[in-house]
Design a protein around this ligand. Structure first.
Ligand SMILES: *Cc1c(COP(=O)(O)O)cnc(C)c1O
Length: 308
């Protein structure tokens, strides 16, 4: 259904038909995650990283500091975004196999306007305690900015507790890649500085609220996203999380029977990703190519994990 929905007749993105589609996608996003109108769902034409970058640019008021919780490639990426745009930041780092410790974040968070954290660190499959991190950020008077690009609709997150949450159509929401989005508390957008022309959340939100768009959206991918959101609603969010959880349990039982070793203790893993060590005496390309012949695609570890 999702792939067929991308094969629509051409639709002009300046016509009411497109704005009906845009309104529907925004409303369905709010509905799926049980959010009120206090939250603006802001759509962006771009991969998940564009949503994360737009969130970081909007979420740190001018002259204020960002604290980045970093325990993987995606935490690192947020630090690089802040550095690239000249946003003052510091990091609280944990090793890649360690869950971010809310107490350590609490100790450091005073004086920061915002804390950025990754819900599901896709580098390793590690799930961070995002609710607790949000709480200590708020207790310290900071906003919480969450990269949940690979978390939303795969693992539980209370989006309403967060100030800004970045997500994408093409992961656990089961749409196609090319549309991403940020859930933004309208309050948090009020003092959003202008740091980018394209990735300007405030501008995108006000144009979309007025049934408009500043730039050309990816119309066929948006239509596919609408279909994916319909499917998600039909399945139900809780049932989707359960399906991923049960699928992971099934796969992990099989990995254990085969004697494969986890890279991370499996209780730290998300519902959607399992990191395993290479079997003894096998290289990654051997394992990858043999599985691909059977119709399975696996993914190498990132950074230093590539050869483990
Ligand atoms: C996939 C992912 C992203 C963004 O990836 P894109 O390739 O830009 O879609 C960002 N953060 C996390 C945690 C991810 O898993």
């Amino acid at each position: 259904r999702v792939r067929l929905a991308a094969a629509i007749e051409p639709m002009c993105h300046r016509e009411p038909e497109y704005f009906d589609l845009q309104d529907e996608v925004r409303a369905r996003l709010l509905g799926l995650f049980g959010l009120s109108r206090e939250v603006a769902p802001v759509l962006i034409a771009g991969s998940g990283t564009s949503a994360v970058e737009a969130m970081i640019l909007a979420g740190v008021p001018a002259g204020k500091k960002l604290l980045v919780v970093n325990n993987g490639v995606y935490g690192d990426r947020i630090a690089r975004m802040a550095a690239t745009h000249g946003i003052p930041f510091e990091e609280v780092k944990f090793s890649w196999d360690t869950v971010a410790d809310p107490e350590a974040v609490a100790k450091k968070a005073k004086g920061f306007a915002a804390v950025a954290a990754i819900h599901h660190e896709t580098t390793t499959g590690l799930l961070n305690p995002i609710g607790e991190i949000a709480k200590v950020a708020h207790d310290a008077g900071a906003r919480i900015l969450v990269d949940s690009v690979s978390g939303l609709a795969g693992d539980a997150i209370d989006v309403a507790q967060m100030d800004l949450v970045a997500g994408t159509a093409g992961k656990c929401l089961q749409g196609l890649p090319g549309v991403s989005f940020v859930f933004a508390k309208r309050d948090a957008l009020r003092d959003a500085p202008k740091r980018s022309v394209y990735l300007d959340l405030g501008e995108l939100a006000s144009k979309q609220d007025a049934r408009n768009t500043p730039f050309t959206p990816v119309v066929p991918i948006m239509n596919a996203f609408r279909e994916a959101l319909l499917e998600a609603q039909e399945e139900g969010l809780e049932k989707r999380l359960a399906r991923y959880r049960e699928t992971a349990a099934f796969l992990r039982a099989g990995y254990e029977r085969m004697g494969l070793q986890y890279w991370l203790p499996h209780r730290r893993l998300s519902n959607t990703l399992t990191t395993l060590r290479l079997p003894k005496g096998r290289t990654y390309p051997q394992v990858h190519d043999a599985l691909k012949k059977e119709g399975f695609v696996i993914y190498a570890g990132q950074g230093a994990l590539e050869k483990e």
